[in-house]
Ligand binder design. Sequence first.
Ligand code: TXA
Ligand code: MG
Length: 315
Amino acid sequence: MIVSPQKASELIRKGELVALPTETVYGLAADAFNAVAVRKTFELKNRPSANPLIVHISEISQLGMFTGHRSDSETLLKLTEAFWPGPLTLVVPRKKKVLDIVTGGLETVAIRMPDHPKTLSVIQNSMPVTAPSANRSGRPSPTKVQHVLEDFGETLPVVDGGDCAIGLESTVVDITNDNPVILRPGKISPEMLSDILGVEVGIQSKKSSTSARSPGTRYTHYKPDAEVRWMKRRQPDIYNENTFQVYHTITPEDPGPNSIHFHGDFDEMARALYDLYRTADRKNLQTIFIEPLPEHHPHPLLPALQNRIQHSVNQ
Ligand code: TXA
Ligand code: MG
């Protein structure tokens, strides 16, 4: 059910859940200091309880509600100044009063300031909120209001903020140690972070990502029911009514019956990816073939696109 930002603030203050738009994907918001409300997000999403949530704030001054240690840290100041509001989540040491259910029992908390006027006003008029992506656990994140309603039905209150501008979840960076490390790639690329910080910032390698430092990577993600596969060089004979082909660079002689071409526009490809997954499922398609992404290309979204698609290929 579509509700106004004012109504959403009211519901959040009462401990209800509301789906809110952000520039990345829609989030399922609950008052970050109401344990009963936060627990409801895990139940509704069917999310493993050890997978911690991102706290969303609307003003820098609210950082102090969640983290004290190093709140004057140069890294934190530089990154928030450069990228907030925006698609960057910072993992910082938590204050004791932050709920365990929010952090999954970790000593850190993840925080971001989303770049969407409606959601900033909802938070402003209620509380900082926890907001995992507003999808059932294991489904692609929602980038349109209809996706949220598809997963949770008409009874869930949703603020309609239009289609998400970026379409992939925020970059998550752990800045608790001296060497910041990206736990989840997103729109804010390693180069953009390095430019601001003056140090190399890497993406955490797959091997070490089973560690507690990035708990979310242990769980099923970004997966349509259709099988997702990288295209091989020549295989048009296996494209049929039950397959979908995604191109971005090559000009295929025979693209197959269902296909889309992004013509090098990786921003558009990121915006469209999860909708494309969901559309394939609605049509009961069997396989989505995706043209392999270029490896040495300066577009900042490529590591994030590669990461999300690779997750769906693996599962
Ligand atoms: O763009 C986004 O970040 C969206 C929108 C709604 O803001 N939210 C989102 O939330 O993607 P979620 O819950 O689907 O993903 C949060 C990720 C998970 O991989 C989780 O494990 C990680 O952030 N995370 C949360 N708290 C953490 C912490 N303290 N340390 C390490 N990773 C953490
Ligand atoms: Mg998610």
